[in-house]
Structures are given as C-alpha cells and as structure tokens.
Design a protein around this ligand. Structure first.
Ligand code: ATP
Ligand code: MG
Length: 332
C-alpha cells in the first residue's frame, strides 16, 4: 500500500478548483491508503502576504479540509512549519537539484512575473515540495494538473539523490489526477487560483455563490442567447461535472449545444447543485470554527505523528550521506 502525501497553501481561501482538482481526491483516498496531508505555510511565504494574517489563514485552511471530509482519525493532518524536517531535507535536496530545471518551471515563471523582486524561495519552491513528499517516502501525490511539472522534477530529484546515496531509498512519486484536473477561474482565462482572486470559495454562502457564478465567463461562442455553445470548452460545464449528477450534466450539455437554454439558466441549475453539495461542508466548518482549540489540538497530534515518520527518514538520510552523528552530553 503506497503512502499518499499532498499539501495546500494557506495563501487564500480554499476554492472549488482546489476541491475538485485535489481535495475531493484526498477525501476518497483515505479509504484505500495511509494518507498524510499538510497545510503548507512555508510555501505560502514565497508570495507577498500579511504576517498578521498567516496564522488565521492556516487555521482556516485546516478547518476547510476537515469540513471537506479529511478525517484525522484515519489521516495525518498537520501544518508544515510544525515539522522542521521538511526544511532540513529541502536544503539537502537543493544540492542534487539541477538549477536549469528550476528555472524552466512554468509556475515559477508565472509567479515571478507578478513580483517586482523575485525571491530565491520562489525558485526553490519545487525542492521544498520534493522534501514534503520524500520525507514521508510517499509514492502517490494527488494534485491538480498545474503540479505535474513539479512532480516530474520531484522524481528527477529522487533519482539523483538515490543514485548518489540511496539505491532506491526514495520512491519516485506518481501524481494522481481527478476528472476536473484544471478548473478555470471565473474570468475564464487563467486557472482558478487563490492568489488571482478569481475563485468561488468552498465555504461561501448560497448568495455569494450565486453572485459570483452569475457573471462568470462561459463559452465565448455564445454571444447571444440564440447562439449554440460547446460544453466541452465551457468552464461552467467543468464545474457542472464536479457538482451535478450525470443526467443533469447530459441535459445541460444538450441545452447548451441547441441553445435551448441561455447561460444564465445553466448557471442557475449549477448554483442549486453546488449549494446542495456545499451546505453540509459549510455547516461542519461553522462547528469547527466555534472550537478553535479543538482544531489546534488535532493539528498538534497530526504534527506529532508526521514528525515521528520524518525523523526516522532524516536519521537514515544523514547516515547515508556520511554526516558526523552528534553525541549526547556525557557520551564519548
Ligand atoms: P496559489 O494561487 O497560491 O498557488 P492555488 O489555488 O494554486 O493557490 P495551491 O495551494 O497552490 O492552490 O494548490 C493546492 C492544490 O490544488 C494542488 O494540488 C493544485 O494542483 C490544486 N489546484 C489549484 N488550483 C486548481 C485548479 N484551478 N484546478 C484544479 N486543481 C487545482
Ligand atoms: Mg498554486
């Protein structure tokens, strides 16, 4: 049974792209695998952020994941910065990571473009991500399509470290995608992203969901109510595939192709299905928010379980790399 690891940044609100592309898969995988999921705050500081908001955002992200169905009785859920081994292994892995590969990463190029001064941490982001996964010797990584390039580099990093020190010590992690591996933002251009503000939050009220969905971009071929569209290129249809039952999806697709419905009709049906699916999550989140110290206790326990695994990995990593072991006081 392969171990599963994945993470999400507390860089903004948990949105339906994160949910359909990754988190929904995390919830399912808990039935079949040993799973470790993390709120990766050390990744989130590679983008501009407000220090006084980070702790609350981290807590909110944990609440969102728990509300979405992450079950701490079966799964390890923790905050990345609570397990220092991630940063230690990350440094070690920078020494086997080809710089040219880091510079080629699309996410780096996109995010660097949006910053006036580019921090080195943004460039080495995929190395920390490799450390996140490899410190648990995880073999499966459920992510959205935007992370495939990082996963490929992660395998390269694992291979290089193994070739020099490890002989198969680190598995080469494989990605796991969902049907909605790339949800576009409400603008219909860029992918839905916490940092782009083109999202629908997973825990938003029915009114807010409708207010955001109503003006969302659809197939540009539908200029007027009478122009037929193609659901395959419509982002609203991608979201239907995540929330509406298959017979509704088939009906919506047919109404779009024949211009039987206008886009607003299609969106109203989607909003109803989204609201029905997300209401129980919003209610669970409200209960968790009312008990912040309970959530903190769960995260503490998660970090303890994660640390126990990560420590064992690091002892072996240091041994294989030839570091001098520290001695205890009083020993020789
Ligand atoms: P940021 O803009 O800060 O990078 P993000 O919305 O991209 O935030 P991440 O924390 O980087 O979210 O990613 C969390 C998980 O969600 C990853 O597995 C990622 O692949 C997935 N994901 C993010 N956006 C989408 C999307 N639009 N469609 C499908 N999956 C997505
Ligand atoms: Mg991202």
């Amino acid at each position: 049974m392969a171990r599963v690891f994945s993470g999400i940044q507390p860089s903004g609100e948990l949105h339906i792209g994160n949910y359909l592309g990754a988190v929904q898969n995390w919830v399912r995988l808990q039935d079949q695998h040993e799973c470790i999921f993390s709120v990766v705050d050390l990744h989130a500081i590679t983008q501009p952020y407000e220090p006084q908001e980070l702790a609350q955002r981290t807590q909110d992200m944990a609440v969102g994941l728990l509300a979405a169905g992450i079950d701490p009785a079966r799964t390890v859920l923790f905050v990345q910065s609570h397990v220092a081994e991630h940063t230690e292994l990350s440094w070690i892995l920078t020494t086997v990571t080809p710089l040219g590969e880091l510079e080629r990463q699309t996410q780096y190029k996109d995010k660097a473009q949006r910053q006036e001064s580019v921090p080195a941490g943004l460039l080495s982001y995929p190395v920390l991500q490799a450390a996140d996964v490899l410190v648990y010797q995880a073999g499966l990584v459920p992510v959205g399509e935007d992370q495939l390039q990082h996963l490929e580099l992660m395998r390269e990093i694992a291979r290089r470290w193994n070739a020099r020190y490890g002989n198969g010590f680190f598995p080469e992690p494989q990605p796991l995608l969902t049907g909605a591996k790339r949800v576009l933002g409400l603008d219909g251009h860029a992918k839905m992203s916490k940092s782009l503000g083109n999202t629908i939050g997973l825990l938003e009220s029915p009114e807010a969901i409708w207010a955001k969905l109503r003006p969302a971009a659809t197939d540009p071929a539908r200029k007027t109510r009478k122009d037929p569209g193609n659901p395959e290129v419509c982002n609203v249809f991608t979201i239907h595939q995540g929330f509406s039952p298959p017979p509704v999806q088939a009906h919506v697709a047919q109404q779009c192709r024949t211009a039987g419905w206008g886009c607003l009709d299609c969106k109203r049906v989607l909003a109803d299905h989204m609201i029905a699916a997300l209401t129980p999550l919003r209610e669970r989140a409200a209960q968790l928010q009312a008990n912040p110290s309970g959530v903190r206790a769960l995260l503490r326990e998660g970090a303890e379980r994660a640390r126990a695994i990560a420590r064992r990995t690091m002892i072996e990593v240091r041994r294989r790399m030839g570091f001098l072991e520290p001695t205890e006081r009083g020993g020789d």
